[in-house]
Every structure is written in structure tokens, then in C-alpha cells.
Design a protein around this ligand. Sequence first.
Ligand SMILES: Nc1nc2c(c(=O)[nH]1)N[C@H]1C(S)=C(S)[C@@H](COP(=O)(O)O)O[C@H]1N2
Ligand SMILES: [Mo]
Length: 199
Amino acid sequence: MGIVTPGFQGRPRSGTPDLPPGQYLTPDFPVLSAGPTPKVPQDQWEFVISTETGTEHRWSWAELMALPQETPTVDIHCVTRWSKLGTTWRGVSLDTLLDGVESAADYALAHSYGGYTTNLPLDDLRDGQAWLVHTYDGDDLPAEHGGPARLLVPHLYFWKSAKWVRGLHLTIEDTPGFWETAGYHDYGDPWREQRYQGD
Ligand SMILES: Nc1nc2c(c(=O)[nH]1)N[C@H]1C(S)=C(S)[C@@H](COP(=O)(O)O)O[C@H]1N2
Ligand SMILES: [Mo]
């Protein structure tokens, strides 16, 4: 795009330009969990990326903390219509974790302690778009918000940000997760209001 038209806005106008269609702002931080909160001590915690060939890459808590850390400030959007702008987290970029993982896979199925799953295209976890976070607003991530660590993929609806995440399965074929199997959209772009299958 070489020409900038004065006043042109790529996104539909609404009261708040950072708010996707159909969303409202909340100052709170609601808790949305489909089951009980698993308690995972840091010394028993591990994160595993397994590839389509069965190769496994593992990180202990100490190994995760030894990796380069980032402090993203991002907007989050839940499919139940609340959005929260400017949330600050700390954790490791998925670029760092995927670096050195050899795979021909196009998809990732995130799975959590407690059994929750959610699927994403692998490309959506790359290029500074996703993190494995352990800190929210300067404090340890509270268990109800996914501590010890959760996925943070803010450009998709927040159900894609698996709490208590324990690993990623990299797969050639797309495999729907918990909410996707229940009728939620496979991809979940808030700016295109991809809430449910068929949106
Ligand atoms: N393991 C797990 N991750 C999950 C969920 C869940 O029920 N279990 N809920 C998802 C949904 S629908 C949302 S909106 C966010 C809520 O995160 P929060 O409770 O920190 O606001 O977590 C997502 N990740
Ligand atoms: Mo949600």
C-alpha cells in the first residue's frame, strides 16, 4: 500500500478503535474455566513440544526461566464479548521454543493440565504473535488465570490461550480442540467475529 488516504481507517469504526466488533471493555479480569483449576507445582511442571514424527522437546521450569524473556503488552478478547486492553505479561516467545524444532506440521494442538485442548495453525504461534507466559502485571500468574504458565495468543479469541498449558502436539492435519469440537470457530479471529462455526 503506497498511498495513504487521509482519514482512512482499515478497521470498522466504533467507539474505540482497539475494540473488535461486538466486544465491550471491562476493567476487571474475568475468570473463565471449563472445569476445576489444576494445581501444578513448579518442580513437577514441564512443557513438551511433540512433532508429527514423535520427537519430543522438553523444558523444566528452570529451563523455561533460563530462556530469553519478553514482556508483551497486548489486548485480549473473549468470545463471551469482554475485551481488556493493554494487559502486560512476561514469558518466553513461542519463536524461541519452536527454534530448533524440526517439523513439517501446519497445525498445533495445545493441551493443558486438566485436559483442555485448543488448536491453532502453527504460523499463528510464530513471528512474535504468541508467548508462554508465567507473569501477569508483574506478579506470578495466579492459578485461576492459568498459572504456573499459559499460552498467550492475543490476536485470536482468548479461548485459544490455553491456561495451565503442558504442551503442543504439532500435526499435519488440523485437529479441533475442546471448544472447537463444541461448535466454536476453528480459527477465531476477533476482528472478523469468527465466534462460531460458519461465522
Ligand atoms: N485450560 C484451559 N484454558 C482455557 C480455558 C479453560 O477452560 N481451560 N478457557 C479459555 C477461555 S474461554 C478464556 S476466555 C480464557 C480465560 O482466561 P482467564 O480465566 O484468565 O480470563 O482462557 C481460555 N483458556
Ligand atoms: Mo472465553
